[in-house]
Design a protein around this ligand. Sequence first.
Ligand code: F6P
Length: 344
Amino acid sequence: MKKKIGILTGGGDCPGLNPAIRGCVYSAEKYGYECVGLTDGWKGLVEGTTTPLSREIVEYSIMKGGTMLGTSRTNPYKNEGNVEKCLATFKKLGLHALVAMGGDDTLGVATKLYRDHKLNVVGVPKTMDNDLNVTDYTFGFDTSVTRAVDAAQALQDTGNSHHRVMVLEVMGRHAGWVALYTGIAAAADFVCIPERAIDTADMLKKIRAAHARKRFALVVTSEAAELPEVGEGASKREVDQFGHAILKDRGMGERIAQFIEKQTGIETRHAVIGHMQRGGAPTLFDRMLGTRVGMKAADLVHAGDFGKMAALVNNKYVGVPLESATGELKTVNKEWFDVMEVMF
Ligand code: F6P
């Protein structure tokens, strides 16, 4: 009988998940394994809900956004008895190994299941936030930033025509990578990220100068940026099952736009790209990155190298300890602050 690999995707969906599932299934079948999907993240392992997976089923998924397995932000450690249910499902389905695809939260659960229960788990890094340690990039990021850059450029057209300041709010949670890359790639005039206190005098000076020179300006802000002058949003204290603040109603873009208009007297508009930047077809980069880390996960299973995450390190696909990838986020650092000094 063939050994079976279970695959699940947890946390926010992102483009690249389907290519990763596909890469894992293709490689696993080549090794002689059979694959099965657990639906809706850890919820699927808790409740034992599955969906078939095969080379034929995943064949054309490489060009599709989202995740064909469904996802959720379920944390089995949140409710008593759910970890035991996960272990029971693993046994009942006769799984040899589990491949968990997700960000810090999903992989944090995988880390604990490996550490505390010696479960045969392998992780695959995904998140549009690009905030996972020990991997150069996570898939989802490239597609999301590509979409945000398109949006930023569209806003510049209106800014230019109406001589306005345009503010674009992007996702990225507590890491500023999405805002920073969008701002650089779309030639923004200022970028607000959560890792760096915003010097408002500097921001207003740069916006005034940009507007005086070209009669419009573009600001890109992360949803989690902090500007003491504009205060906190309403939902700052709402948290998800992993204890993370839900940032969707924080309204950073709107409040920064109001602040700029009030201080400069220049007409200012804001736009929030929201979940539009998380869906749609993956870029070439995310198709390839997803495929390769998915394949690497199957390699790790085949090698019996559990408790590892498939990672891209210095352009090579390697296995790294799961626990080194979780716990601490990879955020924008000093090197990038220096880049910001030059760019904005
Ligand atoms: O972690 C990915 C992410 O898109 C963040 O950038 C954002 O803050 C969050 O998920 C939104 O989560 P949800 O889709 O649950 O609203």
